[in-house]
Design a protein around this ligand. Structure first.
Ligand code: DLL
Length: 434
């Protein structure tokens, strides 16, 4: 028997859903045209007036927006309401150039909380549950998003944030946590720690809501076995709101996109052409209700496909497959978004040349990342600085750029294989995407 947080919306017949989306889209386009200069100019440039958008069928007339636009408009250029109406920001990791700062009105937060509440209820959550949130709190959307959803459902909420495994286990045991929210890698670590300490019988967990990074079906199985729970996937991105843009139901067969708030499209990343359901392409979202940071046709760079096949849970909202790759070179390592260019920037700043390689791997569900970089001939000839000191300096530089520990190996000049075409800088041995 399925549980819904908002049955009327979650099981709304498709035709009615389309009408609701159309109504909201028309209003949203008017809102951005009137309140965001960037959109006003972009639509004028494309020769589109708000009146040209009459229903969801006209969506493809609107121009795309991408991460470069976000960078150009940083920090306030895309804000759609006076700042006095904004109550919160959230942000992604990364340098200023890559960082996304998203704004929320109280109404936007309410929408976000509702989406996360729907995810928790879809995973079997009720007001009698103890919801243990160990996504990071702060600028990252994971903690605040699931925290808000948990409150809305009425669960007893444990705002644990990430890290400090001993404390996590103690609270889990003492307070009887029943729902766990964190990244799948951290869930796997917790599972391992629980089994090592022989605590499995003392833990009352029944479900987990895991996302923010790619994970495989094998990893799902191993987490489910080690924690004795059902593990649900949840997807989202800061630009669009955070977690809860889509989530799995009990069928665990794709994530339902919250279509009353976000319209998904799949496009050919090369041509921008909209692809039919079932075809793999880049996922694009249009926010039709959020006011402070109202992105239209935002290109996520996540490769994915959609299906409208009937779901056994009764929800009518379209399902997206787990992301199947990226159309850019972003990696998610230890739950953090990492671009090779960020690593390169740190190396070049310290006087190295672009002769480096990044090796990402995963053992026992733990990510590792190693950067191998060649000494320049001048550095190799200079014996005054020991290699360990050089390595430490790079480790520190990368830590402050990315926020995670990266292993660094400095190697002799001319030891890294030179490419004859496009340099293959990253070797990702994790095989995360299917
Ligand atoms: O990761 C929001 C989130 C928090 C989602 C907690 C789920 C749970 P960002 O840091 O902006 O936001 O990273 C967004 O992470 O474009 C995907 O590439 C990836 N991603 C997010 N969820 C999943 C998932 C949060 N379930 C980027 N599976 C997205 C695979 C995911 N990749």
């Amino acid at each position: 028997m399925s549980n819904y947080f908002n049955k009327e919306i979650e099981t709304m017949p498709l035709e009615q859903l389309r009408e609701l989306q159309s109504e909201r889209l028309v209003e949203q386009v008017k809102h951005v045209y009137e309140n965001v200069k960037f959109y006003h100019d972009k639509m004028d440039e494309a020769g589109i007036k708000p009146e040209d958008i009459k229903s969801v069928d006209d969506l493809s007339k609107l121009p795309f927006i991408n991460k470069d636009d976000l960078r150009d408009q940083y920090p306030y250029g895309l804000v759609g309401v006076p700042l006095s109406e904004c109550v919160r920001i959230q942000s992604t990791s990364g340098t200023t150039g890559r960082r996304v700062v998203a704004f929320y009105t109280q109404g936007d937060i309410d929408i976000w909380d509702e989406c996360c509440a729907r995810a928790i209820v879809a995973a079997g959550g009720t007001k009698d549950d103890v919801c243990h949130v160990c996504y990071g709190y702060g600028l990252f959307t994971g903690g605040p998003g699931l925290n808000g959803g948990s409150h809305k459902v009425g669960c007893l909420t444990l705002p644990m944030s990430s890290g400090n495994t001993e404390r996590q286990l103690q609270f889990m045991e003492d307070l009887g946590s029943t729902i766990l929210c964190c990244t799948p890698s951290y869930a796997a670590n917790l599972g391992e720690a629980i089994n090592e300490r022989g605590l499995k019988d003392k833990i009352k967990l029944k479900a987990g809501i895991f996302g923010a990074e790619p994970w495989t079906e094998e990893m799902r199985k191993s987490i489910e076995d080690s924690l004795g729970i059902k593990a649900y996937d949840i997807y989202g991105l800061t630009e669009i709101t955070g977690p809860g843009v889509s989530f799995e139901c009990e069928a665990q067969a794709g994530m339902h996109v919250q279509e009353d708030h976000f319209i998904p499209e799949i496009i050919n990343p090369e041509t921008g052409e909209v692809l039919p359901d079932g075809e793999v392409g880049e996922l694009v979202f249009t926010c039709i209700t959020k006011k402070a940071f109202p992105l239209l046709r935002y290109r996520t760079r996540d490769l994915c496909k959609l299906t409208r096949e009937k779901c056994s849970c009764g929800r009518t909202h379209v399902r997206m497959h787990k992301p199947m790759g990226r159309s850019d070179d972003m990696m998610i390592v230890k739950g953090v978004n990492v671009w090779p260019s960020q690593i390169e920037a740190v190396l070049l700043k310290q006087g190295y040349q672009a002769n480096y390689q990044i090796v990402v791997d995963r053992h026992n569900n733990r990510d590792s990342i190693e950067v191998q970089v060649e000494l320049t001939p001048e550095m190799a000839a200079d014996n005054s600085v020991p290699v360990e000191i050089r390595e430490k300096k790079i480790v520190d530089g990368l830590k402050s750029m990315l926020g995670i520990k990266v292993d660094v190996k400095v190697v002799e000049p001319k030891t890294i294989v030179r490419s004859e075409g496009k340099a293959k800088r990253v070797i990702d041995r994790r095989n995360l995407y299917v």
